[in-house]
Write a protein that binds this ligand. Sequence first.
Ligand code: GDP
Ligand code: MG
Length: 163
Amino acid sequence: MLPRIAVMGRPNVGKSTLFNRLAGRRIALVDDTPGVTRDRKETVARIAGRDVLLIDTAGLEEAAPDTIPGRMRASSEAALRAADLVLFVVDVRAGLTPSDRSFAQWLRRHGKPVLLLANKAEGRQGAANALEAYELGLGAPLLVSAEHGDGMGELHDEIRELL
Ligand code: GDP
Ligand code: MG
């Protein structure tokens, strides 16, 4: 079986952009509307010289009265259970939100290997903004820009170490 890597995080942090970049093709739906990627998308991707199953997940939403977030949460939990490695994405431009923090806590409880990605870290402010991500208790964040491709070499290296 291929190692499974799940890309997770709240809506709009850049999960699908990262998924597309790692996949090398445009598969996932990218949109400015938070939470627009409602279904899991999977593809085989070549990462650090080996084939992996890459899974783009819907953003994990906090419990909400309507049923769509509930389904998104169920989908995220299934993705997490099946994953060998989680790429947990936060948005350093928006800064940490309560949703990021509770998501991080939820991930820590499950004990799966997690790589913390500080996305949207391009430009001069990127590194400074990313410092906040240490607060999540998931180790040192890896600074990336899914949109611009920054940090992808390091990301491949870290994935190789963890798989
Ligand atoms: P998702 O909801 O987590 O899947 O997020 P998307 O991949 O759909 O991206 C949400 C928005 O963030 C889109 O407008 C993307 O173009 C933008 N975005 C994604 N990655 C980056 C990045 O590295 N830098 C910047 N500045 N914007 C990004
Ligand atoms: Mg998406």
